[in-house]
Design a binder for this molecule. Structure first.
Ligand code: ZN
Length: 482
C-alpha cells in the first residue's frame, strides 16, 4: 500500500499535472501528521507546525483573510499555489484523515481546474484554498453588538456552538465540540429566539459587496444590526455541502462526524456512499458517527430544521416529514409532488427559471422553505415560536455552480434569496419577534470560478502507471479498491 501510494504521489506531483493538481495530501500513521506535496515541494504538517521535506511548503501561507475584500479577490482570480492561502490546513486535513472512511490519498483541484466530464461546473468548491473554503458569517439582532464589518475570521465548526450558546446552552456544555462559540460578538445572556440561515455555496466577498451596494437590502439590514466577519467562516475539508452542513450543526469536523464527502467509499461494507443527493438527503443520520449530537439536541425548547438534511433532535424537520411519508425513492420524488410552480413565484428571477431547470427546481424548494418558516412563527401563538430555527437555502449554490461566483446568475440567485429573507424578517417584525431574535447568516463553503481552458485529468496517468485505485467524488483516492 505504501509503495502504491508513493507511486501515486510521484505521478500526481509531476509538473505536467500542476495546472490541475494544487496539492496531494495523505496521513502519516500513528503520528497524527499529514504530508502535503505538489510539483514545487513537500512538507510534513503536525500540531507543532510544518517541516519542509522538499522545495517549499505547499500550504505555507494560511491567512484566513487573504483575498478579501471583493476587489482583492477579483484582482487575482485563480491564484497559483505559491500565491494562495490555506487556513487551518493541518487542523482541517488531520480531521478528515481521522475518519474511518477517509481515503488513502487526497488530490486537491487547483481553483481554475475545469472538469465538466466528471461533473464539474463553471463555479466550484471542495478544495482546501481560502476562496473555495470561505463562507460568509454575519451575526445580528438580539444581544449582538452592532459593529459592522470586522477584520476577523471564524470556522464553520464555530457555527454550531455559537447558535447553541445564543439559544441558552451553557458554554461548558459545548466544550466537547471542535469549534467554539463566538462570544466576543455578542453580549452575555441568551436571546429568546435564534435563527440560523445557511445560503449554500455563497461567495463571501460577493455577498458583502452586494449588501454594501444595496443589491441585498435584507442582508444589509442584518449587518446594520450586527456584524460581519471579513474573513467569514472557513469550511472543513473537503469544502463540500454535506460535510459542512454537518460540521456547522454538530460543531465537529469530519474526523468526528464521519461524513467525509458528497460521495465516498465505506471500506467496511465495501460500498460507495452517496450522501449529497436529493434522493438520499433524508437518510443523513444513517451516515453520522454514533454519539455525535446536533445543536437541536443541545438546546431546550422548540427547534426547527427547514430544508436541511441535518435534523437529529429537531422538533420540526422537513426531512422528518419525508421519512414519515415513507417515500422509497426519497426526498426528491416526494418533494416534487408538492413543489410549487416556480414560474408563478414573484420572488424568483423568471429569466433563469425559464432557461435553467436546476434554477427552477431550487427556486421551488426555496419557495417551500418560505412557507415553512412563516408557518413556524404563528402570529397568535408566541409560545410556539422556535427557540432555535435553522433554514437552508439551496438556490445560491445552484447559481454559483452554473455561472461561477461573480456571474449574473449567481448574483440573481442571491437577490432571490434576499427577497425570501425579507419576507421572513418582515414577518418577524410584524409579529413582534424580531427584537428578541438573534440571526446568524452563513454558508457551508465558498465558490471559485474555473477556467474553461484549464482541463486535464489525473486518473488516466494513475491508471497508466499501473496503480489500482478508485477515485470517489473526483479527488478521494482509495488504493487497491478498483
Ligand atoms: Zn454547498
Amino acid at each position: 500500500m505504501v509503495e502504491a501510494r508513493d507511486r501515486a504521489v510521484e505521478v500526481l506531483c509531476d509538473p505536467s499535472l500542476s495546472h490541475v493538481v494544487d496539492l496531494v495530501a495523505w496521513p502519516v500513521p500513528d503520528s497524527g501528521g499529514v504530508c502535503v506535496a505538489n510539483a514545487f515541494g513537500a512538507a510534513l504538517l503536525s500540531a507543532d507546525g510544518a517541516s519542509v521535506l522538499r522545495g517549499r511548503n505547499p500550504v505555507g501561507v494560511q491567512d484566513p483573510l487573504a483575498f478579501t475584500p471583493l476587489a482583492v479577490e477579483l484582482a487575482d482570480l485563480s491564484p497559483a499555489n505559491e500565491d494562495n492561502s490555506y487556513p487551518w490546513a493541518y487542523e482541517r486535513l488531520s480531521s478528515l484523515f481521522a475518519a474511518s472512511a477517509a481515503p488513502d490519498l487526497v488530490v486537491v483541484h487547483t481553483g481554475k481546474h475545469y472538469w465538466p466530464l466528471q461533473g464539474g461546473h463553471r463555479g466550484e468548491h471542495g478544495s482546501l484554498n481560502v476562496v473555495q473554503s470561505r463562507a460568509p458569517l454575519i451575526l445580528s439582532g438580539a444581544g449582538v453588538l452592532a459593529r459592522g464589518m470586522l477584520p476577523l475570521a471564524a470556522r464553520v465548526v464555530d457555527v454550531g456552538p455559537t447558535l447553541a450558546w445564543l439559544a441558552g446552552a451553557p458554554l461548558a456544555s459545548l466544550s466537547d465540540m471542535d469549534g467554539a462559540a463566538l462570544v466576543d460578538l455578542a453580549v452575555a445572556g441568551p436571546a429568546a429566539h435564534v435563527v440560523g440561515l445557511l445560503w449554500d455555496g455563497c461567495n463571501s466577498n460577493s455577498l458583502y459587496a452586494m449588501a454594501a451596494s444595496g443589491e441585498l437590502p435584507n442582508v444589509a439590514r442584518l449587518l446594520s444590526a450586527g456584524c460581519g466577519l471579513t474573513g467569514g467562516a472557513i469550511a472543513e475539508f473537503p469544502s463540500v455541502t454535506l460535510v459542512n452542513h454537518t460540521s456547522a450543526l454538530t460543531g465537529v469536523g469530519p474526523g468526528r462526524h464521519g461524513i467525509v464527502n458528497n460521495a465516498y467509499f465505506d471500506r467496511r461494507s465495501a460500498v460507495q456512499v452517496l450522501t449529497n443527493n436529493a434522493a438520499t438527503w433524508h437518510r443523513w443520520s444513517e451516515w453520522l458517527s454514533p454519539g455525535v449530537r446536533t445543536v437541536f439536541e443541545r438546546v431546550s425548547g422548540p427547534t426547527a430544521s427547514v430544508n436541511e438534511p441535518v435534523d437529529n433532535g429537531a422538533s420540526y424537520s422537513t426531512f422528518g416529514l419525508v421519512r414519515a411519508g415513507g417515500s422509497n425513492d426519497g426526498a426528491k420524488s416526494m418533494m416534487d409532488d408538492f413543489l410549487p410552480d416556480p414560474s408563478m413565484d414573484p420572488l424568483a428571477t423568471q429569466e433563469h427559471v425559464a432557461a435553467n431547470k436546476d434554477y427552477a427546481w431550487s427556486s421551488s424548494v426555496d419557495a417551500i422553505g418560505v412557507d415553512q418558516v412563516l408557518s413556524l412563527w404563528p402570529a397568535s401563538s408566541p409560545d410556539e415560536w422556535p427557540r432555535l430555527m435553522w433554514w437552508n437555502t439551496l438556490l445560491t449554490d445552484t447559481g454559483h455552480h452554473e455561472g461561477g461566483p461573480h456571474s449574473a446568475i449567481a448574483r440573481d440567485a442571491m437577490r432571490d434569496a434576499d427577497r425570501r429573507l425579507g419576507v421572513f424578517v418582515d414577518h418577524l417584525d410584524r409579529i413582534g419577534a424580531l427584537a428578541s431574535t438573534a440571526i446568524l447568516l452563513t454558508s457551508d463553503h465558498g465558490s471559485e470560478g474555473a477556467e474553461p481552458t484549464c482541463v486535464g485529468d489525473w486518473d488516466e496517468p494513475l491508471r497508466e502507471a499501473g496503480i489500482d485505485f478508485r477515485d470517489e467524488a473526483y479527488g478521494f483516492i482509495y488504493l487497491g479498491r478498483s
